[in-house]
Design a protein around this ligand. Structure first.
Ligand code: ATP
Ligand code: MG
Length: 237
């Protein structure tokens, strides 16, 4: 299967501190990938490097046949790689309506504003119900819906989600997981970082364990690990 996005032997970090020591992952043209691994081992750094927010020291990132490592973050967004960062990074004083409008800034997204809005509110009907509500007054789950809705307004060719269900109560988390599955059903390829491996395995057959800044394991439907094996991978037991 052809890959839409390929990361090869990526080394990156902050200043002189290298965090990623040779990561290789591949997002197929039609499908999703899941990333998991212990806290502080480089998952967010990898997503930020893909989005041009962290400088790459070496290695290659290819998106749709183009080398994007080292490109400006704004150009990477314009190409359609849309990143929803970990934790809700939103403007608290804006309403949902204003926030969604802000999301649509790629040229393609501005052209298809109404269709993208229809998709965002179909995936998250609550956004329409709370249209004029300020972000500061929303619950954590609702803010996450706004964050992902805002990304959908930018018509992603690939949607990158960094721990979208972090800190949510089980019922809210289930709702959000279902919404993320609906996004995938609409044909938008996803790169999802999550600690909930069960959810990742429902979403995709292709999972990578990121540990110590390296791709430590690649899992697929054929080598689906059991709980003990997952614990071993996490803690190196
Ligand atoms: N802006 C920064 N400057 C310097 N070091 C950073 C910066 N951001 C993250 N780091 C360091 O990079 C390492 C990897 O962090 P990263 O956020 O990528 O991990 P993570 O796997 O996403 O963790 P978590 O599961 O907690 O979200 C950590 O040691 C962290 O302290
Ligand atoms: Mg992280």
């Amino acid at each position: 299967m052809t890959a839409l996005l390929t990361v090869r032997d990526l080394k990156a970090g902050y200043g002189r501190v290298q965090i990623l020591h040779g990561i290789s992952i591949e997002l197929p043209e039609h499908g999703n990938i899941g990333l998991f691994g212990p806290n502080g081992h480089g998952k967010t750094t990898l997503l930020r490097a893909i989005s041009g927010l962290v400088r790459c020291n070496s290695g290659a990132i290819t998106f749709d046949g183009q080398q994007i490592a080292g490109r400006d973050a704004s150009r990477i967004v314009e190409a359609g790689l849309i990143h929803v960062p970990q934790g809700n990074v939103l403007f608290p004083n804006l309403t949902i309506a204003e926030t969604l409008q802000l999301g649509a800034h790629r040229a393609a997204a501005r052209k298809n504003f109404e269709a993208n809005l229809a998709l965002a509110t179909e995936i998250f009907p609550k956004l329409r119900e709370r249209w004029q509500q300020r972000v500061s007054t929303l619950s954590g789950g609702e803010r996450q819906m706004v964050s992902i809705g805002m990304a959908l307004m930018n018509q992603p060719r690939v949607l990158i989600l960094d721990e979208p269900t972090l800190g949510l109560a089980p019922k809210v988390k289930d709702e959000l997981c279902q919404a993320i599955s609906r996004i995938s059903d609409r044909g938008i390829p996803l790169i999802v970082v999550e600690q909930d491996i069960e959810f990742l395995m429902q979403l995709t057959k292709k999972l990578y364990l990121i540990s110590h800044g390296e791709t430590k394991a690649e899992l697929s439907a054929d080598n689906r690990p059991n709980n003990r094996e997952i614990m071993e991978m996490y803690f190196g037991m």
